[in-house]
Design a protein around this ligand. Structure first.
Ligand code: CP3
Length: 346
């Protein structure tokens, strides 16, 4: 065990407080770009990893040791709680979640079961407890948001244009809202259980909600997001909201009782501020840039830091997850650069 002091820069940034350097973590910081992860995956599927707290904690900690990031994110998937609700899901390599029994109507929604975390996902709670004994950085828990989860459940897998989801939403609003309620209830229950087990912050992934225009978002999604964050308001752990291509929804998110807004790579920090975002922001280097040469990466990173550091509390991240093709050395160098540059220019 190391005697390293606890690094709370990430939690301070979430709360908009001054910190000694800009904290950084990366979405998908544990994954296939790491040889150690690929080796573990030869033996276990993604679900098998998450069902084994010791293996799952080891995978969660890989990037902490390797990259020196300022936060850990629980290794799991947004689909992890779905089997407990009655969804037959498999995570297929290079595809994503594939559902054997997609939702086609109200009857399917009514059949969805309630998540009881200690009964259905005890392994997740055990992994969190194990991690808290080991980690010297904060642990981020997470859950999928109703729209993004519903898109998988209705489409049956990943989608480009979400037409089945949109058709469902517009043709049977009552069933849609029931589906949002059931999934939203899961999100709240699951996140509360993660925080009770020791997660010190949580991120809600609404990765694909940017597919909706602002009007449909307001009608079909905003009510459940309001409810989720009001039900989580009493929890002291900071809450982060993230979606891809959601620049047109940022003003809605800024009104919610949450702490941090995650920006994708197409949403400049200045644009977000121009939209009225007052909260701490997290982001947003284009993950594709990690495959470019170092001078380009450094230049773009410097630009993001210069903008982000104009307000106290900024968290560096990518605009979406790390690609499997990225070199570990690139992320090591990037992390060191962010720490050094932000400490010097504070
Ligand atoms: O390090 C971390 O970020 C924590 C682990 C994590 C995973 N999934 C593991 C995973 C997290 C936070 C997620 C969230 C998740 N899962 C989201 C929201 C974030 C985002 O990317 O927008 C979504 C939409 C999913 C659904 C999902 N699961 C997709 C689209 C894929 C990718 C398919 C692929 O192979 O590229 C998955 C699979 C998945 N989840 C992997 C990992 C590490 C792929 C690696 C593997 O098969 O071992």
């Amino acid at each position: 065990m190391s005697a390293k002091p606890f690094n709370d820069n990430f939690l301070k940034a979430c709360r908009g407080e001054e910190h000694s350097h800009v904290p950084v973590w990366y979405m998908r910081q544990a994954g296939r770009y790491q040889a150690e992860y690929r080796k573990i995956r030869e033996k276990y599927s993604l679900f098998e990893i998450t069902h084994r707290p010791e293996v799952c904690a080891e995978v969660t900690m890989l990037p902490i040791h390797q990259l020196d990031v300022d936060a850990a994110i629980l290794f799991a998937d947004i689909m992890t709680p779905m089997p407990a609700m009655g969804i037959d899901v498999e995570i297929k390599s290079s595809i994503g979640p594939v559902i054997a029994n997609p939702i086609t109507g109200k009857g399917d929604v009514e059949k969805l079961r309630k998540l009881e975390p200690s009964e259905h996902v005890p392994y997740i709670l055990d992994t969190i407890k194990l991690l808290r004994e080991e980690l010297r950085v904060p642990l981020i828990g997470f859950a999928g948001a109703p729209f993004t989860l519903a898109s998988y459940l209705i489409e049956g897998g990943p989608s480009r244009n979400y037409y089945k989801t949109k058709a469902f939403m517009h043709s049977d609003p009552e069933a849609w809202h029931l589906l949002m309620d059931r999934l939203g209830e899961m999100t709240v229950t699951y996140l509360k259980a993660q925080m009770a087990a020791g997660a010190q912050a949580v991120q809600v992934f609404d990765s694909w909600v940017g597919a909706l225009n602002a009007q449909d978002y307001a009608q079909f999604v905003a009510p459940i997001m309001n409810r989720i964050f009001s039900e989580l308001e009493e929890e002291s752990a900071p809450k982060i909201m993230f979606g891809v291509g959601a620049g047109h929804l940022l003003h809605e998110w800024d009104r919610l009782p949450l702490d941090v807004i995650g920006l994708d790579w197409r949403t400049p920090i200045s644009f977000a501020r121009g939209q009225g975002v007052t909260k701490t922001v997290q982001g947003n280097l284009d993950p594709g840039l990690l495959l470019a040469s170092w001078p380009e990466i450094e230049k773009k990173t410097r630009g993001i830091l210069d903008e982000g550091m104009q307000t106290p509390g900024f968290i560096f991240n990518l605009g979406h997850g790390v690609y499997p093709q990225v070199q570990v050395e690139t992320l090591q160098r990037l992390t060191a650069f962010i720490h050094e540059y932000s400490a010097k220019n504070n």
